[in-house]
Design a protein around this ligand. Structure first.
Ligand code: SAM
Length: 288
């Protein structure tokens, strides 16, 4: 069965009684032009094993398959969608693996196997950032690119530059490991049912190994402390992180060559990486 002979998504949703559930962050994309455009951001997928988290009724899924992905693995938490997704097997018998699971728990690199790997997902709003952090924490990052839909406000926080309101923990963590680009804004009306806010696509590509910051755990502790109290000066906000070491927050900041009276949102990504390195050294010394 060719893709254009598949039943319309609205029919699939009606036949399987797939009413959207808020608890699962469900908002469906039914516009085939839009899903095709989203899939195109991943480039050539003809040699790629692709992961889609939260396929729902399968709108983006169809676009990924139609774009010629070599193989597509689906991870869906809501069991109601599995029978509808199984119907895609008829059109794409050898290209599709369907997994019912919670994407926060899966070992995605193992699920996809070796070779070129790509992630393409319209992520559930409630756990989208947690899933992103899981993928950027992987060491080394195992995917060639990730094309991800978030609430627009979250997408803007991922790509934010220093000295802006949106700049924070998510920008520092994401940009320390990846090149991040917001490629498309998507109005709420594009979804069924429409969410309260706009969405946007972010394309992430891992930085080359020499530029990819390695101690993401230390960076997480430093940024959680610094941005947890973003209105305070670094000297005060880094007190929590300094507790893990035998030096004061002031000493930590001085060793990193930064101004202790500065606020977190004025420290660039490199500054945070230096802080994370200094913090790690101080913590290692204190545990000797
Ligand atoms: N991809 C579909 C689309 O674009 O029309 C649906 C996207 S909807 C925003 C999010 C999807 O993620 C839903 O199908 C939901 O059931 C699923 N989901 C929610 N939490 C999940 C989790 N922890 N693991 C895997 N899937 C999850």
């Amino acid at each position: 069965m060719a893709d254009n002979q598949l039943p319309p998504l609205r029919d699939v949703i009606a036949r399987h009684e797939l009413a959207a559930k808020k608890a699962f962050g469900q908002h469906f994309l039914l516009d085939l032009n839009l899903t095709a455009k989203i899939a195109s951001f991943a480039g050539d997928m003809s040699r790629a094993s692709v992961l889609e988290v939260g396929p729902g009724p399968g709108g983006l899924t169809r676009a990924i398959l139609a774009a010629g992905a070599q193989h597509l693995t689906l991870v869906e938490k809501d069991a109601r969608f599995i029978p509808a997704l199984e119907e895609l097997h008829t059109a794409y018998p050898d290209q599709l693996t369907i997994t019912e699971n919670d994407a926060l728990r899966t070992d995605d690199a193992a699920l996809l196997g070796p070779g070129e790997r790509v992630i393409l997902s319209n992520l559930p709003y409630n756990v989208g950032t947690q899933i992103l952090i899981k993928w950027i924490q992987a060491d080394p990052i195992w995917w060639r690119c990730a094309v991800l839909m978030f609430q627009r406000e979250v997408a803007e926080r991922i790509v934010a530059k220093v000295n802006t309101k949106a700049y924070g923990r998510l920008a520092v963590l994401s940009q320390s490991r990846c090149q991040c680009q917001l490629t498309l804004r998507v109005p709420a009306a594009a979804f069924t049912p429409p969410p309260k806010v706009e969405s946007a696509i972010v394309v992430l590509e891992p930085l080359p190994p020499e530029a990819c910051f390695d101690d993401i755990k230390a960076l997480e502790i430093i940024t959680a402390s610094a941005f947890g109290q973003r209105r305070k000066t670094l000297r005060r906000s880094l007190g929590q992180a300094a507790n893990h070491t035998n030096i004061s927050s002031e000493e930590l900041i001085e060793r990193a060559g930064l101004d202790s009276k500065a606020r977190a949102e004025t420290i660039d990504i490199e500054g945070f990486q230096t802080l994370a390195n200094v913090w790690r050294q101080a913590r290692n010394q204190s545990s000797k």
